[in-house]
Design a protein around this ligand. Structure first.
Ligand code: GLV
Ligand code: MN
Ligand code: MN
Ligand code: MN
Length: 400
């Protein structure tokens, strides 16, 4: 039926009329509708669908057995995200299976199509929540202690969806069944567009982490509080944001610092805030570079916040070390795809979480805009179909 037609089936699910693009977050109405779509699509291909204890969905072609070749991605999005980050990998995996079935292929190893839960961390702050829990990289107690922006706790969200939060955690039995994992993903940059190539493999994911900065000040009246008598956490935080940017620029070597999310209490026009929070996303070429960039930013932040008579609290929400994908598998896929480049990426993926445990590789599909995590994300129809064909070729070779 084609990748585009599969994406069109979910094109109206989770559209965000305010931000544009899509807002699809773990176990919200859109996510549940997407999960339902996945289940129906997989079952119509004769796959056996199950949900694991971490809310990841698995669709098996053949008995769920050992040495399986798994492929897939995620269906959740960032707030106001694009149409491809995640869903392209899932739709392409389904399409690849459909292509192989149409040609009469019979896999000698089980093939699984997987949808990982909450890859973006947009609801509970933990990117790759489902895969991290499965491999044991996150503590279930830490996950269950989290709440979303509306104050809905993890346990409440899980229970409302009919799930049992006590089932989350390491799943060595399932992990042990996987012989390989391949994630196809839209490229989140313009490298392939610049090279004039539709596809690539991934060499590595650069390290990244998230920190929540809470600045507490003194709430007061906007009209009656003299400028010199204020302890305004928004003013302090504004300077911290600039310091983070400047520190990353000074560090160079691909270092990145981003504050893309803020929260203000009580958030009133005529009120000096009592609290301002920022979520700081830092990425750099090496784990130590991320830590150094964080330390330098926080040292500066302490000074800036103190100068405003406010206090700063810092909490780490996630940290992901550098990931090198399986060189042999990546080279093999590169060969199957006709000799494509292996490129590093600054974006996180479930593939990066699985890579230390399972031979893992990625296939990137050209993005003509280079934009991602925003409505302008793009992928041409012919490149999407080429990606699914490449994934089918890869599965055929690995499961023959
Ligand atoms: C997820 O896509 C991330 O890289 O933040
Ligand atoms: Mn993403
Ligand atoms: Mn993604
Ligand atoms: Mn991602």
């Amino acid at each position: 039926m084609g990748v585009r037609a599969r994406l069109d089936e979910i094109g109206d699910i989770g559209r965000d009329p305010v931000r544009g693009g899509y807002s699809r977050h773990l176990l919200d109405d859109a996510d549940l509708a997407l999960r339902d779509w996945f289940r129906r699509s997989a079952e119509s291909l004769g796959l056996f669908v199950e949900q694991d204890g971490n809310a990841n969905l698995w669709a098996w072609w053949g008995e769920p057995g050992m040495d399986a070749v798994a492929t897939g991605s995620h269906l959740d999005s960032v707030p106001g995200g694009g149409a491809y980050d995640g869903p392209l990998g899932v739709a392409s995996a389904l399409e690849a299976v459909a292509r192989l079935q149409a040609e009469g292929f019979r896999p000698t190893r089980p093939i699984a199509v997987v949808v990982f839960a909450e890859e973006e961390g947009s609801r509970f702050g933990l990117p790759c929540l489902g895969s991290r829990l499965m491999v044991g990289a996150s503590d279930p107690a830490d996950v269950r202690a989290r709440a979303d922006r509306e104050g809905v706790t993890f346990d409440q969200a899980w229970t409302a969806a009919g799930l049992d939060p006590s089932t989350i955690g390491p799943d060595p039995e399932r992990l042990g069944r996987l012989g390989a994992f391949i994630e196809l993903h839209v490229e989140q940059g313009v490298d392939l567009e610049d090279r004039g190539m539709p596809l690539a493999t991934a060499s590595a994911i650069i390290p990244h982490g998230r920190w929540r900065l809470t600045v507490d000040g003194e709430g007061n009246h906007a009209g009656t509080t003299p400028m010199v008598a204020r302890h305004d956490p928004i003013v302090a935080l504004a300077e911290v944001v600039l310091a983070a940017r400047d520190t990353a620029v000074a560090a160079g070597r691909g270092a990145r610092a981003t504050v893309g999310r803020l929260a203000v209490t009580p958030n009133g026009t005529n009120v000096i805030a009592s609290r301002a929070e920022a979520w700081l996303d830092i990425r750099a070429g090496a784990d130590d570079d991320v830590r150094t960039l964080l330390a330098d930013t926080l040292a500066r932040a302490e000074e800036l916040v103190a100068a405003e008579g406010c206090t700063l609290t810092v909490a780490e929400e996630s940290f992901s070390s550098i990931v090198a994908f399986d060189a042999g598998l990546t080279e093999r896929i590169g060969g199957i795809l006709g000799g494509v480049p292996a490129i590093p990426t600054g974006a996180g993926h479930d593939a990066g979480i699985l890579a230390p445990s399972v031979p893992t590789a990625m296939i990137f599909v050209r993005n003509p805009t280079g934009v991602s995590h925003a409505p302008g994300e793009g992928a041409r129809d012919e490149d999407c179909e080429a990606g699914a064909a490449a994934l089918a070729d890869t599965l055929r070779e690995l499961a023959s």
